[in-house]
Design a protein around this ligand. Structure first.
Ligand SMILES: CC(C)(COP(=O)(O)OP(=O)(O)OC[C@H]1O[C@@H](n2cnc3c(N)ncnc32)[C@H](O)[C@@H]1OP(=O)(O)O)[C@@H](O)C(=O)NCCC(=O)NCCS
Length: 188
């Protein structure tokens, strides 16, 4: 079954000072700078050390992921500046299961303002609403307290422990899974 994903990365408005937009050429330097952060290197699967060539490859891959209908990453910006300071995206949309993990990072100097919670909330609503996925989930190391707080703040709850991940076999038993909290019918 084909998913109604756009053939290119979408723009998702969040609020006046926050928007998810396609990554594009020219963003390499901000990606490279942000990905020097030890927290991003510790908790995500980016290459370490992270070079400008890695950022160039990331831009190519995420564009081709969107073009192939698999969904990719989006840049978080303040539309008035349009300089990316975060990455939020579908790690892998599996059309057969109509499900996707959402992954993210925020540049260190932009943390602590609720931007990650707002972006995860908006991307989740986009995926479950406009795209029509049946399921979105987050996979988080329980020691990653900031990310667990993002999950809870974005309306997710812990649904599984010891989630496997072929990309990081050394962390096989440490990941936990968060899924959107069930909403009562008619609830806000
Ligand atoms: C995870 C990440 C995006 C969170 O960014 P952030 O700016 O803290 O997110 P928000 O401002 O939206 O806040 C999230 C919540 O986490 C809390 N928080 C942040 N850092 C924390 C910490 N070290 N300990 C406890 N709580 C923390 C904040 O207080 C906030 O809670 P609140 O809404 O109750 O006040 C950011 O830390 C990051 O990029 N980390 C590295 C990459 C990463 O871990 N990605 C996720 C992989 S699963």
């Amino acid at each position: 079954m084909d998913l109604p994903l756009p053939p290119s990365a979408p723009t998702i408005p969040i609020r006046e000072d926050l928007r998810l937009r396609p990554w594009r050429l020219g963003d390499e330097d901000v990606i490279t700078a942000a990905c020097q952060d030890p927290e991003i290197q510790r908790w995500t699967t980016i290459p370490v050390p992270y070079t400008r060539e890695n950022a160039e490859f990331f831009l190519e891959i995420t564009a081709s992921d969107w073009a192939s209908g698999a969904g990719g990453s989006l840049a978080l910006v303040d539309p008035r500046e349009d300089v990316p300071f975060g990455s939020f995206g579908f790690v892998s949309i599996r059309a057969d299961h109509r499900a996707s993990e959402i992954g993210y990072w925020l540049a260190p100097d932009r943390r602590g303002h609720g931007y990650a919670i707002a972006a995860v909330t908006a991307l989740s609503e986009y995926a479950l609403g406009l795209v029509g996925l049946d399921e979105v989930y987050l996979r988080i190391d329980p020691q990653n307290v900031a990310s667990v707080a993002v999950a809870l703040g974005a309306g997710y709850e812990l649904t599984a422990t010891a989630v496997t991940d072929a990309r990081t076999p050394d962390l096989l038993d440490t990941y936990t899974r968060y899924s959107p909290r069930h909403r009562e019918e008619g609830a806000a």
